[in-house]
Design a protein around this ligand. Structure first.
Ligand code: ADP
Ligand code: ZN
Length: 260
């Protein structure tokens, strides 16, 4: 645990943005970073909380409709919600993980006019996995602590969160149709401003696949119905993928190299 404490000290105060398409594991990586003491600021979660807390306001009704369709909520709504979180003293002291924001160039420009980031981590997941991982594998999450599950990473008891005992549900907007719309939106609006971030020299890539000559134990690999899962990576090729434990190790190893 000495190592983990050293890592916590090294990442304290860092401002990290998780970049990647819907279904790439931003939520789970956020959990891993939260465990190091960083504050999780998720635009989608913050919007859903706003709607839950005040369901009858015009703002909530508008946001809920748009989210259900898988479209982007207007900046007038999402920007204040996110900035309110980022400006909290706990974010300044501990550092934060920004998840789901910025999603457009306008949001990115606005963010950088107010805040600097230390790292943009690009979560690299094969395209063919994105829809399958969410819809085919029944992505679901805990309503209390937002821990993510799927048929690849099922909870020990179905419907009950391993971490906090909360109820696990599927998101209303996790349908094949909405996911593909959200992916199109990612390509058109979000991926489009990645070069701006690269120009700042803060982007690093964290892949989820494992090279065939890499000697990784099965306890760190995604399995489905007891078999090691191989994802299609195009041109007829396939690759193994890390599971939750495997990705946590890869992420912590990466951060140790970068910040320690
Ligand atoms: P995902 O990344 O899987 O689409 P999120 O939880 O990040 O899920 O977002 C859910 C929904 O919330 C989005 O489809 C969108 O409607 C809205 N949303 C979240 N973040 C933003 C943002 N930065 N700008 C506009 N809308 C957003
Ligand atoms: Zn939970």
């Amino acid at each position: 645990m000495e190592d983990l404490n050293q890592l916590k000290a090294a990442v304290r105060g860092k401002r990290i943005h998780l970049f990647g398409p819907p279904g790439c594991g931003k939520g789970n990586r956020s959990k891993d970073l939260q465990a190091l003491g960083l504050v999780h600021v998720a635009s989608g979660g913050a919007l859903r909380a706003k709607v839950r807390d005040d369901p009858d306001s015009e703002l909530s009704k508008t946001a809920q409709e748009i989210m259900k369709r898988g479209e982007l909520v207007p900046d007038e709504i999402v920007v204040p919600v996110v900035m309110e979180h980022l400006n909290k003293p706990e974010c300044k002291e501990n550092g934060f993980i920004l998840d789901g924001f910025p999603r457009t160039k306008a949001q990115a420009d606005l963010l950088f006019s107010q805040v600097d980031l230390d790292l943009v981590l690009l979560l690299d997941v094969p395209r063919s996995f994105l829809i399958f991982g969410v819809v085919g594998a029944n992505r679901r999450a805990c309503v209390s602590c937002a821990s993510g599950y799927s048929d690849f990473d099922p909870p020990k008891v179905e419907g009950v969160c391993d971490r906090c005992g909360g109820t696990i549900v599927q998101r209303a907007d996790d349908t094949a149709e909405t996911i593909s719309k959200r992916l199109d939106g990612y390509d058109a609006e979000t991926r489009a401003f990645l070069p701006d971030l690269e120009a700042r020299g803060i982007v690093e890539v964290l892949p989820i696949t494992v090279a065939d000559d890499d000697d990784v134990g099965e306890s760190r690999l995604k399995t489905l119905l007891g078999e090691v899962y191989r994802v299609d990576i195009g041109d007829g090729g396939t690759a193994r993928m890390l599971n939750l434990d495997g990705m946590r190790e890869r992420l912590y190893g990466f951060l140790a190299k970068k910040f320690m």
